[in-house]
Design a protein around this ligand. Structure first.
Ligand SMILES: [Zn+2]
Length: 199
């Protein structure tokens, strides 16, 4: 049964494809859009298009970026001798919120998982090794999630980086096993970065 006008139904259906948006939420968004001023809806439509066209991955660290490199890689105040390796751009945000880390990042865009068929070629490992090989990196901090995939990835990276004469550390202290970096509170994450151990 189709309840609303055809255009409304089409938009509701499109919105329900979004993460965490069910039919009821999609309906509420459509009602809101119909009530809102035309200019505001036009601006939203333009933003949707702009985000898709202008945001891409940083050519150095694979974080989200508006330009060739992200705002962290382009910041001259950051310590390029320290690379913190994370799985997801959301983890960069979590660590940035602690306000204690001054190095740069490397976003793997995933983690190794035999179960899901994700091997070293499927995530951004080759680029990390290249960055370390180019020199000037003193320390690589492995900040992958403390779950099976994250640990497997950290072990693999530690093995690959071993011959490159760089200090390798793993964040550890206080992070509950099986948890996710993006959901850890700032104080715990900060302590765990400070208390990192040789990997
Ligand atoms: Zn970057």
């Amino acid at each position: 049964m189709k309840g609303y006008a055809e255009w409304m139904e089409r938009l509701i259906e499109a919105l329900t494809k979004f993460p965490a948006i069910g039919r009821r939420s999609a309906e509420r968004i459509v009602f809101y859009l119909l009530k809102t001023r035309r200019e505001e809806v036009q601006e939203l439509a333009a933003l949707l298009k702009a985000v898709k066209e202008n945001v891409h991955f940083c050519s150095l660290c694979h974080n989200f970026a508006d330009h060739e490199t992200c705002h962290i890689c382009s910041d001259p105040g950051r310590d390029r001798g320290m690379i913190c390796v994370v799985e997801d751009p959301k983890d960069v945000l979590a660590i940035e919120k602690t306000g204690t880390y001054v190095g740069v990042y490397h976003v793997l865009l995933g983690a190794l998982s035999a179960l899901d068929g994700i091997g070293p070629g499927e995530i951004q490992i080759a680029d990390l090794l290249k960055r370390v090989k180019e020199g000037k990196v003193r320390e690589v901090i492995l900040a992958t999630n403390p779950n099976t995939e994250g640990e497997t990835t950290a072990l693999y990276l530690a093995k690959m980086l071993k011959s490159l004469h760089v200090k390798i550390t793993r964040i550890a202290r206080g992070i509950p096993v099986g948890s996710n970096i993006e959901f850890i509170d700032q104080a715990t994450l900060s302590r765990s970065l400070e208390g990192r151990l040789p990997a």
